[in-house]
Design a binder for this molecule. Structure first.
Ligand code: CTP
Length: 404
């Protein structure tokens, strides 16, 4: 499965660096191409000669070659890789990655890399549990990086606890299963809606909401990563699409979002409506800016089209429709009602009562309820991880119904 895969390994200064020559051997045995970048400090723990012998590649440490002055391009190495694995990552490099500090070849390559990044921390248990390290780890996860969590066990300090880098065999397994998933949605065309809608009141004002679009964009990225062709209908948001396989249609209003979704849906096998669509819009937005008059102002609002419900009505056999529900009370019962009333196959329930879940945050916690009665609760995870959970659930449900 790793045959021909290009794996870039970044080694930082930690005693766990002694495991990396063995890791390189395992990757090479699987047929992967391996290149290694080391921090200067890492060279105190394991020699570049050992690593270049095993990887059959020169090892890069400095941003430029001190003998002939030639540049070691961090951009080229980042772009070469199918995956960038930073193992072991010390507390120091973890902090630099989270803060965007690019003061050596490894950290500049991390910032420039376009490929998925995995990081395997290794440090003393108190350093690992320090709130700063935990916060930095969460930040990296929220940016879509993949944590290979350390094990509990005996540490170099003689203490015992979490902080031991995962064993090389287990790391190979993580990377292998990552590539296995990579193309399981090839041939599927998926419609995703994301972000808020802005309903104009006059030429300068609108009714909107706090949706950041992060959840919908994370879902679009997770789908595209797994080989799906994604049409993302997005309201106004600050998030940017990373994967070129995602075609984004930018809209402002609920009406525009509805038109784009109705147009795209018939050609899609899966639709995931993650947008926070306005339920009401101004009946007749003013042509000119409304002047203040000192008295109360009333705006007549009329209901917008419920896009999800309309898609549920026109859904054909072989199409899988997912909706979201944001509830504050009787959450599960209300979500189940929406699932039935809107003819959905899956509903993803967000509760505003869960701290860290919902609007604006980088994390989320959801309950997924399928039409066949299956339910799954996630813990509080990054939105990228929640997206992965949702896509996994859809893949397993569609496999069952032979949609694929
Ligand atoms: N939705 C939609 N079009 C609308 C309103 C909502 O497609 N005009 C979709 C959202 O994208 C989401 C789902 O409906 O997938 C649920 O939105 P939510 O606001 O929780 O529910 P509503 O059905 O609007 O009901 P209520 O606001 O009364 O809870």
């Amino acid at each position: 499965m790793l045959k021909g895969k290009k794996i870039l390994i970044g080694i930082t200064g930690s005693i766990a660096a002694y495991k990396i020559p063995f890791l390189v051997r395992l990757f090479k045995k699987e047929g992967a191409e391996v290149k290694v970048i080391m921090t200067q400090c890492a060279t105190d723990f394991v020699t570049p000669l050992t690593l270049s012998t095993l990887s059959q590649q020169p090892i890069l440490i400095e941003p430029y070659n001190k003998v002939d002055g030639s540049w070691n391009s961090h951009v080229d190495w980042g772009r070469w890789a199918d995956v960038f694995l930073i193992a072991p990552v010390s507390a120091n490099t973890l902090a630099k990655m989270a803060a965007g500090i690019a003061d050596n070849l490894l950290t500049t390559t991390y910032l420039a890399a376009k490929c998925p990044v995995f990081f395997a921390p290794a440090m003393d248990l108190d350093m690992y549990h320090h709130p700063t390290t935990q916060k930095n780890t969460d930040t990296l996860i929220s940016y879509g990086n993949h944590l290979i969590a350390p094990n509990e066990g005996e540490l170099a300090s003689g203490l015992c606890g979490a902080g031991r880098m995962e064993e090389p065999e287990a790391i190979v397994e993580v990377i292998r299963s990552f590539f296995e998933k990579k193309n399981d949605l090839k041939g599927q065309k998926v419609l995703v809606s994301a972000g808020p809608t802005y309903e104009p009141i006059d030429p300068v004002r609108f009714i909107g909401n706090h949706s950041s679009g992060k959840m919908g964009y994370a879902i679009a990225e997770a789908l595209a990563f797994r080989g799906a062709e994604v049409i993302l209908v997005s309201g106004p948001v600050a998030v940017k699409v990373q994967n070129p396989a995602i075609r984004t249609i930018q809209v402002q209003t609920a009406h525009q979002m509805a038109e784009a979704c109705f147009m795209a849906f018939p050609g899609c096998t899966i639709a995931i409506m993650a947008a926070a669509v306005a339920d009401y819009t101004s009946e007749s937005p003013a042509g000119q800016k409304i002047k203040k008059k000192g008295s109360n102002l009333s705006i007549d609002l009329i209901p917008t089209t419920d896009i999800l419900a309309e898609l549920g009505k026109i859904k054909q056999k072989g199409q899988f429709l997912t909706g979201f529900a944001l509830e504050t009370e009787n959450e599960t019962a209300n979500a189940q009602k929406k699932l039935q009333n809107k003819n959905l196959d899956l509903i993803v329930l967000n509760s505003l009562n869960d701290p860290g879940a919902g609007f604006g945050t980088d994390t989320n916690k959801v309950k997924m309820i399928a039409a066949d009665g299956q339910m799954k609760d996630t813990p509080l995870l990054s939105k990228a991880e929640i997206a992965e959970e949702i896509v996994n659930m859809i893949v397993s449900l569609t496999e069952k119904s032979n949609l694929k």
